[in-house]
Ligand binder design. Structure first.
Ligand SMILES: NC(=O)c1ccc[n+]([C@@H]2O[C@H](COP(=O)([O-])OP(=O)(O)OC[C@H]3O[C@@H](n4cnc5c(N)ncnc54)[C@H](OP(=O)(O)O)[C@@H]3O)[C@@H](O)[C@H]2O)c1
Length: 341
């Protein structure tokens, strides 16, 4: 197996000076890969040189990943403190009490005594069962309610106070929601994990996060070709087929996936590509250590932004909402469209 020197991986400084790698390994099996396939890749990735792992209770594989990371630490002589293990509280565990229970289960499953990162997976408690169909709707779903979110966030802060979590973050936060919560946070989020790739660059959210010392973590960094069917629509952008991505890939003699990864790291957000294949996850990691994109190529990719989101997340819609756009505050205000109307 190829091993990449973690010392060659670009690093990001958290607000307190702690350094973390600018690339992580995704662990969502996309409803297609078994927990064993994903955890075997996680072990291989740790041995290959990955140090950041993006886990979540909702991915239903933390117990297998915990075992895989333990084996990788033993076999690879990797110290726990070299790893940055991050997870997320799922939507059915928001609120007082439940966040602490969710974190305890994740710690037990991952076989660790603290998490390096812990995020609120979605900003509302809207639950859908794993593997559900595209048209599944939960009648208990509701829009973002700031008081409710802050109750959950206070529990996240308590986890930091208790020494069970080192850094907390948010995920799927739009700009209006992020601006609304920040003044209310006793401990500010250091991450916002959102969809980001050359086809959906979210420039305003990106700039705001960086100005506020929040690292954007880009999920679906390759456009998630293996995403669940519920997240596929016929006119979705196919990121690795974008002409600019393909042209630059050809110029560098690499797969378009590697262009997406280099672009993210050079721009300044952390990609968390997923793959169960050793050749893919090692080449993804190696890509950030060699042969950078030129300023002209970075500009070409910036200009290629389609502004089109792949993960619409319509399963989280509440009764009366008009469409997936309501989840994403497209008019710049926090949408409550249809709720209680
Ligand atoms: N916070 C959230 O709400 C949220 C939402 C979605 C995802 N995430 C996180 O983000 C991670 C990444 O997103 P994702 O898994 O949906 O999508 P992704 O990383 O954009 O795409 C993954 C797919 O890309 C292909 N691939 C990977 N490396 C490649 C390479 N070097 N060459 C060619 N193809 C390559 C693989 O497909 P093949 O198997 O066909 O090769 C793989 O299944 C997830 O695993 C999860 O940790 C978070």
């Amino acid at each position: 197996m190829e091993r990449i020197d973690p010392g060659k991986i670009p690093m990001y400084s958290l607000p307190d000076g702690e350094k973390i790698p600018m690339i992580g390994m995704g662990t969502f099996g996309n409803d297609r890969f078994t927990p064993e396939q994903v955890s075997s890749a996680v072990k291989g990735a740790a041995l290959a040189g990955y140090r950041f792992f993006d886990c979540a209770a909702a991915y239903q594989n933390e117990a297998q990943i915990g075992e895989a990371l333990k084996e990788a630490m033993e076999e690879g002589g990797i110290a726990r403190k070299e790893l940055f293990i991050s997870s997320k509280v799922w939507n059915d565990m928001h609120g007082r009490g439940d966040v602490l229970i969710a974190a305890a289960k994740t710690l037990k499953d991952l076989q660790i005594d603290h998490l390096d990162g812990y995020m609120v997976h979605w900003p509302f408690p809207n639950y859908h069962p794993p593997g559900c169909a595209r048209d599944y709707r939960n009648p208990a779903s509701r829009p973002f309610i700031i008081e409710e979110f802050m109750e959950t966030w206070e529990q996240m802060e308590r986890l930091v106070d208790a020494g069970l979590v080192r850094y907390i973050g948010v995920s799927n936060m739009t700009l209006p929601k992020l601006k609304a919560i920040l003044p209310l946070c006793r401990i500010r989020p250091v991450f916002n994990e959102v969809e980001m790739h050359p086809g959906f660059q979210q420039p305003e959210l990106y700039e705001f996060c960086r100005e506020n010392q929040i690292l954007p973590i880009g999920f679906c960094p390759l456009g998630s070709p293996t995403r669940p069917d519920r997240d596929k629509l016929p006119d979705d952008v196919s990121v690795m087929d974008m002409p600019a991505v393909k042209r630059i890939a050809q110029a560098h003699g690499v797969h378009p996936a590697l262009v997406c990864i280099k672009w993210a790291v050079q721009r300044g957000h952390m990609p968390i590509p997923f793959s169960v294949y050793e050749a893919e996850y090692t080449s993804n990691l190696r890509a950030v250590t060699e042969d950078p994109l030129t300023p002209q190529e970075m500009q070409e990719l910036k200009d290629a932004d389609t502004g089109r989101r792949i993960i619409k997340a319509q399963n989280f819609l509440w009764p009366g909402a008009s469409g997936w756009e309501d989840l994403w505050d497209l008019d710049g205000t926090i949408s409550k469209n249809g709720w209680n109307s």
